[in-house]
Design a protein around this ligand. Structure first.
Ligand SMILES: Cc1ncc(COP(=O)(O)O)c(C=O)c1O
Length: 372
């Protein structure tokens, strides 16, 4: 089977994990600090806080910004359910908006129409690694007093206007789960230039225990402490951080290979009139997924066709306003509805061989020619 996604892990990751085993401090500690520092240097961000998942990064950011019951957060319906659940965890309401059908990025004209006096934040999703229109989004801080919590789960290593995503925004959340461009096994970080938020998030990730991070960073604990705020069990373990450290060293190589595959797919699919590709400038992004659109009544057939040829495909994602938890009375999202029926994800990971890429291209082309 040609896999949709796969972590590129091996002896380098094992060697880093061995360092943790040799010392025997498995939880948050020295490696967590090393990883945080390495990510901070890589991004050029003011502050980086490592957590156990990207979902935790999103929830912790929103919670530390004081977003809660009665508040609304605008988010594109076309995103992973993690974005919606992170908002819901605070007690706030996720308000779905549309995505641009050409790029699959948040449609800011539509988002703006859905703002209300209860809107406290907007959560753009840098879908498949492409950055959203951050200039316009950040102007909403001034214009509407909104916080911008970027869901950058897909975009570690992507650039926007010459600057790295995570270096210039309000709050940026990354994921390092097992299929992201680099992985910690499971993990995530918050990157921000807001010192107050960083301080709050650092305490809240360890059950609200005051300044506990300073001790854990040295593989130590303290026994006398105060708990001044609500906290969560969201810290990143030394084992997960160790995997991330080995992965970070290879990020450039991973990005290059993924770009190469995406460009190859783009060139091959360009002549296929009934297969739509997404408009992406791969030269400045860290590609997470390669998505095409097929006519909705052909999608099941297409996915089965690929499966019969030992090629895994996926759907990133079902629109969240389709889910019973997030559906809201009277809302209309015709573009997201259509995208939800048409999108299909093709295999993309840094260990994909040229032969596998060619096999995917051949299967897609043959399907296209068959329907024609
Ligand atoms: C768009 C998006 N947001 C958030 C997340 C959550 O990240 P994690 O799986 O690390 O919790 C993911 C990861 O799958 C994602 O794809």
């Amino acid at each position: 089977m040609i896999k949709l996604a796969k972590a590129a892990i091996g002896p380098d990751e094992m060697a880093q994990i061995q360092r943790v085993f040799d010392v025997g401090w498995l939880g948050m500690g020295v490696q967590t600090l090393e990883f945080e520092t390495a990510v901070k240097e890589y991004l050029g961000a003011g502050h980086v806080i490592a957590v156990n998942t990207g979902t935790s990064a999103l929830h912790l950011s929103l919670a530390c910004l004081g977003i809660g019951p009665g508040d609304e957060v605008i988010v594109p319906s076309l995103t992973y359910v993690a974005s919606f659940q992170a908002i819901a965890m605070t007690g706030a309401t996720p308000v779905s908006c549309e995505s641009d059908p050409e790029t699959l990025l948040i449609d800011l004209d539509d988002a703006e129409k859905r703002l209300s006096p209860r809107t406290k934040a907007v959560m753009p999703v840098h879908y498949a690694g492409q950055p959203c229109d951050m200039r316009r989004l950040l102007s909403w801080r001034e214009k509407y007093g909104l916080r911008v919590v970027e869901d950058a789960a897909h975009a570690f290593g992507s650039f926007y206007g010459g600057a790295k995503v995570g270096s210039f925004g309000d709050v940026t959340c990354f994921s390092f789960d097992s299929i992201k461009i680099i992985t910690c096994g499971e993990g995530g970080v918050i990157a921000t230039n807001d010192a107050e938020l960083a301080d709050a998030a650092r305490n809240a990730r360890l059950l609200g225990v005051d300044r506990e991070s300073e001790f854990r960073y040295k593989n130590e604990r303290k026994w006398f402490y105060d708990v001044p705020c609500q906290g969560y069990r969201y810290h990143l373990s030394n084992i997960n951080a160790a995997i991330g450290l080995a992965q970070l060293a290879k990020l450039g190589e991973f990005i290059e290979r993924r770009r190469e595959i995406c460009l190859h797919y783009d060139r091959a699919f360009q002549p296929l009139e009934r297969i739509r590709t997404i408009k992406v400038d791969y030269s400045t992004i860290s590609p997470f997924a390669y998505i095409i659109r097929v006519e909705s009544d052909l999608r099941d057939e297409f996915m089965n066709w690929m499966k019969a040829r030992q090629i895994e495909t996926g759907i990133h994602y079902l629109p969240n306003h389709w889910h019973s938890m997030f559906r809201r009375e009277g809302e209309s999202l015709p573009v997201a509805d259509r995208l939800g029926r048409e999108i299909v994800t093709l295999p993309l990971h840094s260990r994909l061989t040229n032969d596998e890429v060619d096999a995917v291209i051949e299967a897609v082309t043959n399907f296209h020619n068959e329907i024609d």
